[in-house]
Design a protein around this ligand. Structure first.
Ligand code: SAH
Length: 417
């Protein structure tokens, strides 16, 4: 028998840091997520990642949503005990279980029969016996149990399906991602509230990334809009890589004294934090040294840089090409070998880079075989940074020859400062 691992501490930390820490206040949501064993809903082998801040695979190219997104949607839908609730896209069954923890009964529609079956098993294992899973096209809603106080859609369509709007009670809430998730049409999470027989308030909650909603009032299997869902074409404008290229300040060679001068714009700041987005590149350490030296010598900064060392032999590994939906890829496609991107200076670029994309974080360990699950996270870089420096090609750091360590130097050499 597999050892039983008590993951309640991990869940508590997940709720405190990722959910409450990001501003979710609804006690029903926090309570449900503290109690439900999220690891029961992820694919075998991914249990150890269940409480991490990212979506995980559940088979058939589908994903269990990032915990924060589930919390955000449930909070936005204002779910209260006694509400009648419909979910579209049961997937693993996790979000339905969260809903079922708050209300008496939940209906959820899943188009993949096998996923619906797995979701049923997951829900039974988690002890959630008030969720009914129906197999079908959720873009048509589930008329048998309509109308609903709230409808949550876990997949993104080209527009809001009319059937779902019509299956809301007066005052009912519909939370749904809309948009292609492509560069010129990023997905937005929307909240509609039915205010009358033919009237709905419509609010934008933020940028998101969901799998496609496939059905009569969603996308077709091959990614086109279904015929019944015609909406006017989107204005494409400039591509994101082109916008980045236009906003980027190309940087000279790191050894060129002019390299540091590009960072004069931060001379009036009290604190400048230079962090790394990916480990082990020679360019990061050299650029950090050059910028630090420039700010100390020319602007009176006193900066202490600290680094930590881990054990284990270093291996030089080939990093896979970046994914199409990552920040790395849009920077690469900007086709500028090294640049400084000042997000404070260009509002349009900053807004576009606030949209969630994947960010690859290669830590001390790189596992190319599982890199999507172990090294990519959803991020909103423009919310995290004021600027970033991009090197299109990087090299590994080279270790110092420890045999040549001089006598008498402190044993923190070369890392202690
Ligand atoms: N709520 C899920 C996440 C689901 S991912 C969880 O907590 O795990 C989105 C799901 O929507 C996928 O399982 C996909 O198969 C399903 N889906 C996509 N289009 C659909 C449609 N028209 N009707 C029902 N389900 C749909």
């Amino acid at each position: 028998m597999a050892p039983l691992i008590d993951r309640s501490n991990q869940r508590e930390a997940m709720v405190t840091r990722q959910i409450a820490g990001r501003g979710i206040r609804d006690p029903h949501v926090l309570n449900a997520m503290r109690h439900l064993p999220r690891e029961t809903f992820v694919a075998d082998g991914f249990e150890e990642f269940a409480c991490e801040d990212r979506p995980l695979p559940i088979g058939h190219d589908q994903r269990i949503s990032q915990p924060y997104i589930v919390a955000l949607m449930v909070e936005a839908a204002e779910i209260r005990p006694g509400d009648s609730v419909l979910e579209i896209g049961a997937g693993s069954g996790y979000a339905a279980a969260v809903l079922g923890h708050i209300v008496d009964s939940v209906h959820t529609v899943e188009r993949h029969e096998q996923l619906a079956e797995t979701a049923r098993e997951n829900l039974a294992k988690a002890g959630a016996d008030n969720v009914e899973i129906h197999v079908g096209d959720g873009t048509l809603g589930w008329p048998d149990a309509a109308p609903y106080d709230a409808i949550l859609v876990a997949a993104g369509g080209p527009s809001v399906p009319a059937s779902l709007k019509r299956q809301l009670k007066p005052g009912g809430r519909l939370v749904i991602p809309v948009g292609e998730g492509e560069e010129d049409s990023p997905q937005r999470l929307r909240k509609l509230v039915r205010t009358g027989a033919d009237a709905w308030d419509d609010a934008d909650i933020g940028g998101v990334r969901f799998v496609p909603l496939i059905g009569a009032q969603g996308w077709t299997e091959d990614g086109r809009r279904s015929a019944s869902n015609h909406v006017p074409g989107q204005n494409s404008g400039k591509s994101l890589p082109q916008m980045i290229a236009d906003a980027a300040d190309p940087l000279p060679d790191i050894d060129d004294p002019e390299f540091g001068a590009d960072f004069d714009r931060y001379a009036d700041k009290r604190v400048v934090l230079l962090g790394e987005a990916s480990h082990g590149t020679s360019e990061f350490y050299r650029a950090r040294a050059a910028i630090t030296r420039h700010l100390i010598e020319n602007h009176g900064f006193t900066i202490v840089a600290a680094a930590t060392e881990w054990g284990g032999d270093m291996e030089v590994k080939e990093v896979r090409p970046s994914r199409g939906d990552s920040f790395e890829r849009v920077c690469h496609d900007a086709d500028v070998p090294q640049f400084l991107l000042d997000l404070k200076r260009d509002d349009a670029v900053r807004r576009r880079l606030t949209e969630q994309k994947l960010e690859r974080f290669i830590g001390v360990i790189y596992r190319p075989e599982t890199e999507l699950q172990s090294h990519y996270a959803a991020a909103s870089l423009a919310q995290q940074f004021d600027a970033w420096v991009w090197f299109d090609e990087t090299r590994a750091i080279t270790p110092l020859d420890t045999d040549k360590t001089r006598d008498g130097v402190p044993d923190t050499y070369p890392f202690g400062l």
